[in-house]
Design a protein around this ligand. Structure first.
Ligand SMILES: [Zn+2]
Length: 256
């Protein structure tokens, strides 16, 4: 792939068009639960490390909502990999050690995140439908860096403790009915200390709300608040064999 392409706005326009086509195909089939028409209900996205030239084309994840049963259908995407906060193209290129030296224009990714992605490619991805379909196309698997993996565990523990310290008071002394939202807003207005960098950090109401409902009524709330393997792990809905085939074809046509 020509790396100058990654700094070209038109490249991201093409990716968005592909996503729009994928969404149109899904929409034409109707709701997979009840068969009724699907309406647009895109998610706003602010991908981390998004090159400035890509922002306009990568500010939403196309999604559909059923007009009858209200259930969501989120089509496959070439811009986003599941719920990862980085753009798909950055996950793919940054994961490759071979490309590491020639991606100067692309945003840096933390060493722990990178090691987690590489481990995912070498351990989980080959077991997915897309991974089984694509033998031999993957970069050589890497041996996990034990030091980085234990750092990753340490980071997850620190995040879990911070989340617990944010919502702990609400768990210990639940506010009266009707006052919960107010309590979420009060916590969102506070400034916290980032558990890794020590910098000031704030959290949105919906994030705090999610932590609260996740940790409520469980034996070990700190454990429940620890990041765990995503429930879409092993499915990788965003990369179907058809999309991978298109990417491989494109790679073969423009190697280098
Ligand atoms: Zn439906």
């Amino acid at each position: 792939m020509c790396h100058a392409l990654l700094q070209t706005p038109a490249f991201y326009t093409v990716l968005r068009r592909v996503d729009e086509d994928l969404a149109r195909l899904v929409r034409e089939k109707g709701c997979c639960h009840c068969g009724k028409p699907l309406h647009s209900a895109d998610y706003p996205r602010k991908p981390r490390g998004c090159p400035p030239v890509a922002r306009l084309q990568c500010d939403s994840r196309l999604s559909l909502c059923c007009s009858n049963c209200r259930r969501r259908t989120t089509p496959e995407s070439v811009r986003f990999l599941g719920r990862r906060v980085y753009l798909a193209i950055i996950v793919v290129l940054r994961s490759s050690r071979a490309h590491a030296v020639c991606l100067g224009g692309l945003p840096q990714v933390g060493a722990v995140t990178l090691e987690r992605w590489r481990q995912w490619w070498s351990e989980a991805f080959p077991g997915t439908p897309a991974g089984r379909w694509l033998p031999g196309q993957l970069p050589p698997s890497s041996t996990p860096d034990r030091r980085l993996m234990s750092l990753s565990i340490d980071h997850r523990n620190r995040w879990a403790r911070l989340r617990f310290s944010v919502i702990g008071p609400l768990l210990a002394s639940p506010p009266d009915k009707g006052e919960l939202q107010q309590a979420f807003h009060a916590l969102a207005a506070k400034v916290w200390r980032h558990p890794i960098t020590g910098a000031d950090v704030q959290f949105g109401v919906s994030t705090i709300e999610r932590w609260f409902y996740r940790a409520r009524h469980v034996q070990d709330p700190v454990d429940r608040l620890r990041n765990r393997l995503r429930d879409d792990c092993g499915h990788f809905v965003s990369l179907s064999p058809a999309i991978i085939e298109a990417l491989v074809q494109q790679y073969r046509m423009h190697p280098g």
